[in-house]
Design a protein. Structure first.
Length: 581
């Protein structure tokens, strides 16, 4: 089955062949009627079959193609098979009656804007809409994967001070529904943009490539809460289910369980005993501890030193109230490991991570989550073999837990097993599209010297990153990742301008400065690179292993790099001396 079927008029054959060749070079398979180009073939059943079997149809729009009966047939077959259709304008003209019904409302791109064409095609190829098609069936077939998104809940509290609660409801529903095998749930990073930017629901569904949307709101007044949620089928524009829940914060777990089960029922899904157990399982019996946990998450997601420190305080308060709160212990371990990696090489942080992980495992036993944290800790200790074993066990326990594969990919990067890293990151992206995973995959592809695939995935990543950055403007690491991705997509000038703007506009943290240093070296500015590297160390960057392997053809850079490494070794040694016995 070809990725793309190109529909065109014979008068536009030069453009069709040019596009076919460029797509093939990017690793995208193309079906094109070359006999038709030569003017020797009639429209046949072979062409009809190719249209029906492709992932998407690309229509070259011109005056001649709009008069072509063959093009009209191809578009009709594609529309009836619910294939993606991408109109690419050779000329900016209106659609005639034969095409208007099938093409009305579709996004059009200009042939001259190749970047837009590539991005649109990447989106089509990698997000097949077979799961969106109205089949006329109410039964979900065993092989079907139903794509669904939980949008950010609205905070309707009078003082608008319950954003942590609204986000918590969204997160918990995403986590709970993700455990249902037949559901493919959009990740938090995919939907958080819509917290402040809320276009029409149909556009959101199209952007996320989902059929169903869950929307909701929370209202908190003292101990009382009201939660509203609804499920809408965006193909038919039909609200399948809606309900209101009134109670106190301690009733929030019953709400999550009820909503998940009613959504499954509305989608005609029969839950397995394991899925029902996962939905019914409550992380804690204490509502106050859960509230502290959600407030900690708000700070945790900032991915800053201050955010980590504030999150830890909330998590510690949560486990003080409920000593059996396994998820809170896991996040203490996660924050401590991240703090060691990004902010301080004081070994006490890894010890703290191990202690809390052990408590969590004593409560729950080994799970994909505990093994993920275990892998992170062993990775930082330098025991890559033990880290890999833990993560592979986690993948066996829960093959839908994306962080496992992302961490595996990071370990394989360290071990220079680049093909394994690429496979791991692709597995992670199949489960959850995220900025960090895209960045890691692109990094692995550069090391593997897979340039065609690098450019293809970079163009695929750019719109995901742009949407995320519109919401999370203060995520400096994501900004740097975006600058890198522009570079990998061969948009060099844009990458350089964006990187320069970051240096002028933001107060950068150590990790962001380090990554910018790498980027400027690649952009041909070793002096700026070494300056930023020096700054990264002063701002708390401590990953000396990565600094040691840096290199440049610039003699001055290499000379100063030795000084930076000496400085970093001295800082780490001094921090170690300050530890309590």
């Amino acid at each position: 089955m070809a990725d793309i079927f190109i529909s065109y008029s014979s008068q536009d054959s030069d453009k069709a062949l040019e596009l076919s060749h460029e797509l093939s070079e990017r690793g995208i398979s193309v079906w094109i009627d070359k006999q038709g180009i030569e003017g020797a073939a009639q429209w046949s059943s072979e062409i009809a079959r190719a249209v029906a079997e492709c992932k998407a149809l690309l229509l070259l729009v011109s005056k001649s193609s709009m008069k072509s009966k063959n093009c009209a047939k191809e578009v009709t077959i594609a529309a009836e098979a619910d294939k993606h259709i991408l109109p690419v304008d050779l000329e900016n003209i209106s659609f005639p009656v034969e095409f208007k019904y099938h093409l009305a409302g579709l996004h059009r791109v200009a042939y001259s804007n190749k970047d837009a064409v590539w991005r649109a095609i990447e989106n089509l190829v990698h997000h097949s809409r077979t799961d969106l098609s109205p089949s006329g069936q109410t039964e979900v077939h065993p092989t079907d994967s139903i794509r669904i998104a939980v949008l950010p809940f609205d905070d309707l509290s009078q003082k608008k001070d319950s954003a942590w609660f609204a986000d918590g409801m969204m997160d918990e529903l995403i986590g709970t529904l993700s455990q249902v095998q037949k559901l493919r749930v959009a990740s938090r990073s995919e939907v958080i943009y819509y917290k402040k930017h809320r276009p029409k629901a149909k556009k959101i569904a199209d952007d996320l490539k989902v059929r169903y949307l869950i929307e909701g709101s929370v209202r908190k007044a003292g101990k009382k809460i009201r939660i509203t949620a609804s499920l809408t089928d965006m193909v038919y524009g039909e609200q399948l289910w809606m309900n209101n829940y009134d109670g106190t914060f301690k009733d929030v777990f019953d709400f999550q369980e009820t909503v998940s089960k009613q959504i499954a029922e509305a989608l005609r899904l029969k839950l397995t005993p394991q899925e029902e157990k996962a939905i019914e399982e409550k992380p804690t019996q204490n509502a106050e501890a859960y509230e502290l946990y959600l407030k900690g998450l708000e700070y945790h997601r900032l991915l800053t030193r201050d955010g980590y420190e504030k999150a830890l305080k909330f998590y510690e308060e949560a486990v003080a109230i409920d000593p059996k709160y396994a998820d809170a212990y896991l996040l203490i371990a996660n924050v401590a490991a991240a703090y060691h990696r990004e902010c301080s090489r004081d070994p006490k942080w890894l010890r703290r991570a191990e202690e809390n992980l052990k408590i969590a495992e004593n409560i729950t036993g080994e799970t994909a989550k505990t093994l993920w944290i275990h892998g992170e800790i062993e990775w930082q200790k330098g025991d890559f073999e033990e880290a890999e074993k833990a993560l592979l066990r986690g993948a066996e326990l829960d093959p839908k837990y994306g962080p496992t594969f992302n961490m595996l990919g990071n370990i394989y990067l360290k071990l220079e097993r680049y093909s394994d890293a690429i496979e791991a990151f692709e597995n992670s992206l199949d489960l959850t599209e995220s900025n960090g995973t895209y960045f890691n995959l692109l990094l692995a592809l550069t090391h593997n010297n897979d340039i065609d695939k690098l450019i293809r995935f970079a163009n695929r990543a750019i719109p995901v990153m742009e949407r995320y950055l519109k919401w999370c403007k203060d995520d400096l690491n994501a900004h740097v990742n975006y600058a890198f991705t522009l570079f990998w997509a061969n948009r060099i000038t844009e990458s350089l301008n964006y990187a320069e703007e970051l240096c002028q506009k933001y107060e950068m943290n150590g990790m962001a400065l380090y990554n910018l240093s790498i980027l400027f070296e690649k952009l041909g500015n070793p002096r700026k690179s070494i300056f930023l590297l020096e700054q990264s160390v002063e701002k708390g960057f401590r990953e000396i292993e990565t600094v040691r392997v840096q290199k440049s053809d610039d003699v001055e850079f290499q000379k100063k790099l030795v000084q930076v490494i000496d400085r970093l070794e001295s800082i780490i040694l001094e921090e170690g001396k300050q530890l309590p016995e």
